[in-house]
Design a protein around this ligand. Structure first.
Ligand code: ADP
Ligand code: ADP
Length: 236
């Protein structure tokens, strides 16, 4: 089953034609890697999937993106609704300058959950889901910036999990991290795909080969190859 179907998607930043006739079916419960050189449109494509790219002035799009069969560019499909289904993790860990607990409880609180016991449960479940509970369970009231960069990134993943998303978009989530933290995130991504669909932008081909089921190769705003990762990386 497809989580996203992208049909003839074009995107322009002013006169810059950044995405050209993108056609991709993103499968659920898989890790899809978006790879390609700098400036080829990877990040733009990812940010189109949750309509974040529209925050940039002068962006124009044509074509369709269906999320679970509904066109996200359709006026009656709200951005707010989409964002409750789609979690996002960025290159640089960006926890809120608040306690670890409040980072995770933030999204659920916005959605109206006030009960302390329920919030406690969500916080624990999300931190466990991001494989960081044991490391921070005695430090929940400490500022999220008091832990390492790799731990902060897993806090950001836990924060995304707390909204109970369907999809997790990751924009080069390990490129600011050391090798050990990178490995932990890669292992975590493998775990997460059992419950979520994951789309990860990476400029690291080895990483794509290690962790993804399917790979889309972008070049100059076009998808030049899209297939099962095993197939792509077995071709010389
Ligand atoms: P990648 O993620 O592959 O490095 P991007 O999606 O960031 O590529 O960029 C694709 C193209 O769109 C580039 O030409 C880039 O300069 C341009 N671009 C990206 N973000 C913006 C923006 N906010 N405003 C204008 N142009 C942008
Ligand atoms: P990334 O590769 O992670 O997208 P960049 O360094 O390319 O990061 O871009 C940093 C920020 O600048 C992003 O918000 C991106 O959208 C914006 N940006 C990139 N290229 C351009 C551009 N040509 N004009 C305006 N903003 C841009």
């Amino acid at each position: 089953n497809s989580v996203y179907e992208t049909r003839q998607l074009n995107l322009w930043y002013g006169a810059n034609h950044a995405l050209k006739n993108i056609e991709l079916d993103i499968k659920e419960n898989e890790v899809t890697a978006i790879i390609g050189p700098s400036g080829c449109g990877k990040s733009t494509y990812l940010k189109t999937l949750n309509r974040m790219v529209e925050l940039v002035p002068s962006v124009k799009t044509s074509g369709q993106i269906l999320y679970r069969g509904r066109n996200i560019f359709d006026g009656d499909y709200g951005v707010e609704e989409l964002r409750t289904r789609v979690g996002m993790v960025f290159q640089k860990p960006n926890p809120f300058p608040k306690s670890i607990y409040d980072n995770i409880a933030y999204g659920p609180r916005i959605h109206g959950i006030k009960n302390k016991k329920i919030l406690d449960e969500i916080v624990e479940k999300s931190l466990r889901g991001a494989a960081i509970w044991d490391e921070v369970k005695d430090r929940l009231t400490e500022n999220a910036y008091s832990i390492s960069g790799g731990q902060q990134q897993r806090i950001c993943i836990a924060r995304a999990l707390a909204i109970e998303p369907d999809v997790i978009l990751m924009d080069e989530p390990t490129s600011a991290l050391d090798p050990i933290s990178t490995l932990k995130i890669e292992e975590l991504v493998q775990e997460l795909k059992k419950d979520y669909s994951i789309i990860i932008v990476t400029h690291n081909m080895q990483q794509a080969a290690r962790i993804s089921d399917r790979t889309a190769f972008f070049l100059n705003g076009e998808v030049i190859e899209y297939d099962k990762t095993d197939t792509i990386f077995s071709n010389p």
